[in-house]
Design a protein around this ligand. Structure first.
Ligand code: ATP
Length: 641
């Protein structure tokens, strides 16, 4: 579409070659994006802006990308926005001279701090004009604010926010506030930003590229980024060598965690054979621990480094100092660098005196561990690593190899170490009966079920960040007739009665729609909690209570008594899914109505997941459709609400 439209020129009076990108240009683009729901229009608005940035102020491309996706750095560096509501309310109050109570009232009415910030400014006479904000100055200040810790950090943060607000004009305070909150909520998905980024690089160089060139560029940038998820590296490289040179310069690099490959749920064992249609596959025990991506490499000073990353690319080395100490004992001589995909589990050593065999412990044992300040000598529960994939070895990425080839390299690169390191137990099953027997064995050993993976050819390469059909999960819960579990965000609660007077009685749960950065209510949950659970949830969630429903909560007809900041994720199981006149999850994907859970039951806290890693509407729609198909073929299914 935009090939036909006129591209921006360098003649814009407000922004000249070599000058910093005005933040007003970014805010203007955000406002235009927010005003439309059309994907192509959003892409066009952003691409136009980025083309201009590439042409006029290329060094602003990186901060532009980060501002669009609401991040400050790659995930693994751990610097995040997401400033609490009370600090933001205080900052608006102090910078506009209005009192906190009034701002809170406004927030209750408008549900959006961005709108409150704009509204508050308009009531303020402008004494003098500060220098206009630029993209790079805003980004730098956001980074500084996020990095403030320790003594008086709250006051210092408020000071920084006040400065930003004082210099902002027009719509700018709205987007500054939302950036500070960590959610832009203009309907700009990261995948759109990546497409716009790739296209802008091509379009800035040539005015009339073919559609094919543009499509190829997008595909290259997407695939390179999934292998090396660091805009800090990818964006400057794109500017330097263009899309053509990107693949040779940017490859999977130890030290930069890639987004792990994920699996599709299956409802029954028979489905595995149907899905794989005669392709060779391997079944592996599905251990109930925490995903661990282990990177082993020499750093810039030539020192050996072992880093363990979580499913979300967080550095877990501090949480698992014992694991970091154990790994070198399993590495075969001659292995200089690797990236290993594995599951870290809680492990009980054998107690020979009492005749007890070594065994897996449940996931809950891991979640009791502190996240930092852990000393190896204080650790009570041991961990053992079960390796299932090798993604990089001695300087070479292995993602393009098939699983059979990767496994061959994996088995040659490590030695099992008792109580510390092993390979996942695996078996090449052929029939449903064999899979069933292997599943039963896995459950007996304390596993959650099986992972079933294709082995050969194009069908078996490693696909970072994809929930791929190449991997299927078969959990033991399916045997009990329930579906896959969901990971949902707690966005509200209902007051308790009777025994639950001093805690919350029930909760409102939501899925996360990453395209719109919104939370869609999916069910009210009041079952599955022990008394201790309820007390713990009460003390955690109490601190997250907010004034009124947020604008980005789409709750339909649900009416909880209290709302929370979206931070806590729980795993929930349900009897099945049903169409709902009340809840809004996956609305419009299957039908105009939303989808809800029937008989939802609390399973556990998922503290390895952030709110935006929660189950998404597409997944819920897919679960619903599969269940509907199963019910047609007589395998049980959905009821209408
Ligand atoms: P998902 O990661 O699919 O969003 P989830 O985090 O709830 O969902 P599960 O649905 O339980 O995880 O299944 C995938 C997870 O199983 C992996 O991320 C990994 O941590 C774990 N796992 C255990 N054993 C294996 C194995 N043999 N191969 C791959 N993953 C395994």
């Amino acid at each position: 579409i935009f090939l036909k439209k006129q591209l921006p020129t360098e003649s814009d009076a407000s922004w000249k070659q070599g000058q910093p990108t005005p933040y007003s240009a970014m805010a203007q683009a955000f406002a235009e994006i927010e005003a439309t729901t059309k994907r192509l229009a959003i892409l066009e608005i952003l691409t136009k802006l980025l083309v201009k940035v590439v042409k006029l102020s290329p060094e602003d491309l990186l901060p532009c990308v980060y501002l669009c996706i609401n991040r400050l750095c790659p995930d693994y560096e751990g610097l995040e926005l997401g400033i609490g509501e009370s600090i933001l309310v205080k900052s608006i109050a102090q910078s506009t001279g209005r009192d906190v109570a009034r701002i809170k009232k406004d927030l209750e009415a408008k549900g959006d701090l961005g709108l409150v910030a704009i509204g508050s400014r308009q009531k303020q006479p402008t004494m003098f004009k500060s220098a206009a904000l630029t993209v790079r100055s805003v980004f730098k200040q956001l980074k500084e604010i996020a990095a403030m810790t320790g003594n008086k950090s709250q006051e210092r943060k408020i000071g920084g926010i006040k400065k930003l607000l004082a210099a902002s004009q027009g719509e700018e305070p709205k987007y500054i506030m939302r950036s500070l909150e960590g959610k832009l909520r203009i309907g700009l998905a990261e995948k759109t930003v990546v497409v716009a980024l790739a296209q802008s690089i091509v379009l800035a160089k040539s005015k009339h590229p073919t559609t094919e060139t543009l499509e190829k560029a997008v595909e290259t940038v997407k695939s390179v980024y999934s292998e090396l998820p660091s805009y800090d590296i990818v964006v400057p490289t794109l500017l330097r060598v263009g899309v053509e040179g990107l693949r040779t310069e940017c490859k999977l690099t130890p030290g930069v965690p890639l987004k792990p490959m994920l699996a599709k749920p299956t409802k029954a064992i028979g489905e595995v054979l149907d899905r794989f249609e005669g392709k060779p596959f391997v079944c592996e025990y599905k251990y109930d621990g925490e995903r661990a991506q282990v990177h082993w490499f020499l750093d810039e000073d030539g020192k050996r480094k072992v880093t363990v990353f979580s499913r979300n690319s967080e550095n877990m080395s501090v949480k698992y100092p014992d694991l970091v100490e154990q790994i070198p004992r399993a590495v075969v001589d001659g292995v200089d660098s690797f990236v290993l995909d594995a599951e870290c589990t809680a492990w009980q050593k054998a107690d020979e005196a009492n005749g007890q065999k070594a065994r897996l412990l449940p996931f809950q044992e891991l979640s009791k561990r502190k996240r930092k300040d852990i000393k190896v000598e204080d650790i009570k529960v041991k961990v053992k690593l079960f390796a299932f994939d090798l993604l990089y070895l001695n300087g070479e990425p292995l993602l393009h190899l098939d699983l059979a080839q990767r496994r061959e390299k994996l088995f040659k690169s490590f030695n099992p170490v008792a109580d510390e390191f092993d390979y996942t137990i695996s078996k090449e099953c052929i029939s449903s009966e064999e899979i069933q027997t292997f599943l039963d064995e896995s459950v007996k050993e304390g596993c959650e079920g099986l992972m079933v993976k294709t082995l050969q050819g194009e069908e078996a390469t490693y696909e970072p960040s994809r929930r791929s059909i190449k991997w299927l999960k078969v959990k033991k819960d399916y045997l009990a007739g329930t579906g896959d579990s969901l990971d949902l965000v707690v966005i509200g609660a209902y007051y308790g009665k009777g025994k639950r007077t001093n805690v919350y009685g029930a909760f409102l749960l939501a899925c996360y729609d990453s395209d719109n950065e919104s939370y869609q209510a999916v069910c009210k949950l009041g079952t599955g909690f022990s008394e201790e659970d309820l007390e713990l949830h009460h003390s955690t969630l109490k601190q997250l209570e907010v004034a009124g429903k947020r604008g980005y909560y789409d709750v339909g007809e649900a009416k909880p008594d209290i709302y929370f900041e979206p931070k806590v994720v729980w795993e929930v199981l349900a009897a099945d899914l049903s169409l709902s006149p009340v809840y809004t999850a996956a609305k419009g994907l299957v039908e105009q109505r939303g989808i809800s859970l029937r008989f939802p039951r609390y399973i556990r806290i998922r503290d390895d997941k952030e709110a935006d890693d929660a189950t998404g509407p597409e997944q819920i729609a897919e679960m619903y459709r599969k269940q509907a198909t199963a019910s047609k073929s007589g395998k049980g299914g959905a009821d209408e609400d």
